[in-house]
Design a protein around this ligand. Structure first.
Ligand code: DX5
Ligand code: ZN
Length: 213
């Protein structure tokens, strides 16, 4: 099943409620990009903004942590009601322990890698994850160009998930739009994050519908 996860990083922060309503009505998941200016060279938003979104969200919240020391903060995002929390593989001291900890909070646990990290690096940790977030741009900014090598990475990861007999979803993030969603689905991705494509459009509902294929 395809799920569309609009990235609130591209939302209109002066009219956030309007964009929250778009996700509630037409999409499946709120994708929330948390950046700390240390793991990535950008700072986005944190607890107060997510708490405000949570108060209006009728769809699950997916927190994508682009921060150093993610282990310090996952409990607070879980307490705000996140149903999915992902962290970058190379940001965690002990990825296996952190995945297990996130799951122990009743939250789905996700691993993220940037485009320059081999998908094979994920393989030992897959058994403890509920989903993998494959970056199709380098984490840090919305509005970047989709990296074509992502298709092969999705296929390799999907083959390994099947080989290990696991039930893990592949989420893809960065430069995703109605023009590449079908090919990404074909490669094996099931959750599509889209910021600019949805919120910079005049008709977000139509873009979301088109991405479902
Ligand atoms: C980038 C973020 C993405 C970003 C996607 O670091 O993880 O979620 O907001 O934005 P678009 O869809 O504009 O590439
Ligand atoms: Zn993201």
């Amino acid at each position: 099943m395809i799920q569309i996860a609009p990235s609130m990083l591209a939302a209109d922060f002066l009219h956030l409620e309007k964009d929250i309503e778009t996700v509630n009505r037409y999409a499946d998941i709120f994708h929330l990009d948390v950046m700390d200016g240390a793991f990535v060279p950008n700072i986005s938003f944190g607890f107060p903004v997510i708490e405000a979104i949570a108060s209006k969200a009728e769809k699950p919240m997916d927190v994508h942590l682009m921060i150093i020391e993610p282990e310090k903060y996952v409990d607070r995002f879980a307490a705000l009601g996140a149903e999915m929390i992902s962290f970058h593989l190379n940001a965690a001291k002990d990825p296996e322990a952190l995945l297990k900890h996130i799951r122990s909070l009743g939250v789905k646990a996700g691993l993220v890698i940037n485009p320059d990290i081999p998908v094979e690096d994920l393989f030992p940790y897959l058994k403890d994850a509920d989903y993998v977030l494959l970056m199709s741009v380098f984490a840090g900014f919305g509005g970047q160009k989709f990296i074509e090598a992502t298709y092969d990475r999705i296929r390799s990861l999907k083959a390994e998930i099947i080989r290990q007999g696991l039930d893990i979803k592949i989420e893809v993030d960065g430069g995703v739009s109605a023009s590449n969603a079908a090919a990404l689905a074909e490669a094996g991705a099931e959750i599509f994050v889209a910021g600019s494509a949805v919120f910079k459009s005049d008709d977000p509902a139509a873009v979301i519908a088109a991405m479902r294929g």
